[in-house]
Write a protein of this length. Structure first.
Length: 197
């Protein structure tokens, strides 16, 4: 049975249990309780998550499915640029991939593109800035370019999210609804199942 590690932001947290339940008996699915937030946060805590979830190396992860982007494209209320600049995003994605390869040397990596928001992409009660779909599209293009060079598979959750009705969202950003969880979760499962034989 394959061991799969899911990493990423709150979108991953939306579908993680659904993926685990639906891959029961096919693969063991692991994920940290922590939200991966933005690229720098993921890079900083990656080794702690891997060490903890692998029980300090007792479990080898065959597949790592990860994402970063929704926090990186956030435009803070008093700033005109995304939280992570485009050049930094490109560099940090490479560093994260390199770190995963170092910590899980035999793993197959899959990167999930950032999902669409309902603009202005506020999170309820946290109106600290906005998220724009034009930024998400551009940062997804950067990720595709980086990972194409590194021969890392892309899971196009962006295209899946674009087709979803507004009722699939639980707020302006998240998919904590049956429709949203199932749509994103099924796409992640399709991506992972190819490697679970």
């Amino acid at each position: 049975m394959k061991n799969i590690l899911l990493l990423g932001d709150s979108i991953r947290q939306n579908y993680q249990e659904y993926v685990r339940e639906n891959l029961y008996g096919v693969a063991e699915v692991y994920y940290p309780n922590d939200n991966g937030r933005f690229c720098q946060f993921t890079l900083r805590y990656l080794h702690e998550w891997v060490l903890s979830l692998s029980k300090h190396g007792e479990i080898a992860f065959d597949i790592v499915h990860f994402n970063c982007g929704l926090w990186d494209i956030l435009r803070l209320s008093n700033e005109s640029l995304p939280f992570t600049k485009e050049t930094e995003y490109k560099d940090l994605l490479r560093r994260i991939a390199d770190r995963i390869q170092y910590l899980c040397p035999k793993t197959h990596m899959i990167f999930a593109l950032t999902t669409k928001v309902i603009e202005p992409g506020f999170e309820p009660g946290i109106n600290i800035g906005e998220r724009r779909n034009t930024d998400i599209k551009r940062y997804n293009e950067i990720a595709q370019s980086v990972f194409e060079d590194l021969n890392i598979e892309i899971n196009d959750l962006w295209s899946i999210s674009k087709k979803l009705p507004e009722k699939a969202y639980s707020d302006m950003v998240h998919f904590e609804t049956e429709i949203g969880i199932q749509a994103l979760g099924d796409q992640v499962i399709r991506c992972l199942k190819k490697y679970c034989n």
